[in-house]
Design a binder for this molecule. Structure first.
Ligand code: 0O2
Length: 254
């Protein structure tokens, strides 16, 4: 083992070397967990702030996951890269994954913009599978983000993959994922066609919900304007009061 590279073909790796590699991997994986913790805190802050100020949050829920060492090694082998920590850091950018589920498509872009504005985060890549869905119907907004993780003796820039999607997109993707693995990635053609049709239905449901949300918002805005126009400000003994204009009419103070 040199430069944290483990030679998988060598069946006689000394125990001490294996232990040292294990410790290195554990420290390495911890930085991804910390990056996820930071991102989850950021999302939670946005969620709470929105909920408090607007009585509504664009974020429904989040789910994080760390890629298992087994899937990391499998991905490296599949892509024919060397098995080392440097190689993992360089080639596997979805070790830390955070999925954010929103109610509406517009919320996805709202959340993405809010995160892009945070100046401690660096956006490395954006893949918009909503404006350009994959051929199987997969839709989601992917952001590859570098998060600074402040450790005791250094700061590590750690990559986190964000997938932001609606509830309908998430429902479709989790079912498609299950089917894909059930058929060992060899899904029958007719099922693929049905899955594509289901993805299109989910997309049109998202559009319909977005339209409904705009209508509800317009009604609420009109109602709020009407209410605020009806309230008048009066001053009594230096103090300011907001009371309905009709009451002022009755009191003859208008
Ligand atoms: P898991 O188990 O969710 O982690 P790469 O990451 O380099 O292998 P690529 O194509 O550059 O591949 O990445 P991309 O397109 O950003 O997609 C990576 C992740 O998005 C996948 O991770 C899935 O989580 C999700 N994804 C992408 N396409 C599909 C799809 O067609 N169906 C579903 N259900 N999910 C998809 P993993 O590692 O494949 O899986």
């Amino acid at each position: 083992m040199e430069n944290n590279t483990l030679d998988l073909s060598n069946k006689n790796v000394p125990m001490a070397q294996l232990k040292s590699f294990h410790d290195e991997v554990t420290r390495f994986m911890m930085t991804y967990k910390f990056a996820l913790d930071e991102m989850e805190t950021k999302i939670d802050i946005l969620k709470q702030e929105f909920q408090t100020l607007h009585d509504y949050s664009p974020i429904e829920h989040t789910k994080s996951r760390l890629k298992s060492p087994e899937s990391i090694v499998n991905k490296l082998l599949r892509k024919q890269h060397e098995i080392s920590l440097g190689s993992i850091k360089h080639h596997i950018r979805d070790i830390a994954g955070l999925r954010i589920t929103c109610s509406f498509i517009s919320d996805i872009y709202k959340v993405s913009e809010m995160l892009q504005k945070q100046n401690d985060l660096k956006v490395l890549e954006i893949k918009d599978y909503i404006t350009s869905p994959k051929s199987n119907g997969y839709r989601s907004l992917h952001l590859l983000i570098e998060v600074p993780v402040f450790l005791s003796d250094r700061t590590e820039q750690v990559c986190v993959e964000l997938q932001i999607r609606t509830i309908a997109m998430d429902f479709w993707a989790s079912l498609e994922h299950k089917i894909f693995y059930k058929y060992n990635k060899d899904v029958p053609e007719e099922l693929l066609t049905e899955l594509k049709a289901a993805a299109d239905s989910a997309a049109s449901l998202d559009l319909q919900m977005e339209r409904l949300q705009h209508e509800v918002q317009a009604i609420k805005d009109a109602h709020d304007t009407e209410e605020s126009e009806m309230l008048k400000t009066i001053h009594i003994n230096g103090q300011q009061f907001r009371i309905p204009g009709t009451l002022l009419d009755i009191l003859g103070q208008r």
